[in-house]
Design a protein around this ligand. Structure first.
Ligand code: ITT
Length: 196
């Protein structure tokens, strides 16, 4: 809620329905959510060389077309043995999730070091030239083969630290408590409670 008792409206600057569902669940029902699709129906282009740059571009563009506070999420999976790949190119690593996962597992074949982390960078753009950045990461390792049906993207091959099952096996309740997105959004939530 804002000071005036009216719910805050936030435009979610993402085309990814899974991200939208996770963001709404983590941030809760006190916010009035809209999505960029209500204002613009093409895929937002990602040409930046960092998550931060891409996230900023998406949030600033959403603010420009909607005139409302906008929240973008750029995220990726960083695998140590692969020098941080696919990283910022996570969504461009293959044509679909199946191909991206196969490619990653093939590149890690016979490698001992399977350490990886998910990173998410959120940009909250709320007035002309005014924005805040919130980061989150979740450390873990890459499974030997895909397991589980929950979540999206690389979830079937990511095992968070402290667990033996993948995000896709653990399910949405556990994921939304410990994920990179949960870590970053906890910071945004605190910011909104303090300043909005
Ligand atoms: P928007 O740009 O519209 O937000 P997108 O799906 O293209 O949607 P990104 O550019 O941030 O999102 O790409 C993120 C990539 O990383 C994408 O391939 C996802 O599958 C993967 N990814 C991000 N967060 C993930 C998560 O929580 N679980 C599994 N994979 C994730």
């Amino acid at each position: 809620m804002t000071e005036k008792g009216k719910p805050l409206t936030i435009v979610l600057a993402t085309q990814n329905q899974h991200k939208i569902d996770e963001i709404r669940t983590i941030l809760g029902d006190d916010i009035n959510y809209q999505t960029i699709r209500e204002y613009f129906d093409l895929k937002l282009q990602e040409t930046g060389r960092s998550l931060r740059e891409n996230s900023f571009t998406k949030a600033a563009f959403s603010y420009k077309v909607s005139g409302k506070a906008s929240l973008a999420d750029d995220s990726g999976l960083f695998v140590e043995e692969l020098g941080g790949e696919p990283g910022v190119y996570s969504s461009r690593y293959g044509v679909d999730d199946k191909e991206r996962i196969s490619k990653l597992l093939a590149n890690l074949k016979n490698k001992k070091n399977r350490k990886a982390k998910f990173k998410a960078i959120f940009v909250y753009y709320y007035a002309p030239g005014s924005f805040e950045v919130f980061e989150g990461e979740c450390i873990g390792r890459i499974a030997m083969e895909p397991r589980g049906t929950g979540g999206f993207g690389y979830d079937p091959i990511f095992i968070p630290r402290g667990y033996n099952r993948t995000f896709a096996e653990l399910g949405q309740t556990v994921k939304n408590r410990i994920s990179h997105r949960a870590q970053a959004l906890a910071k945004l939530k605190k910011y909104l409670m303090t300043y909005k």
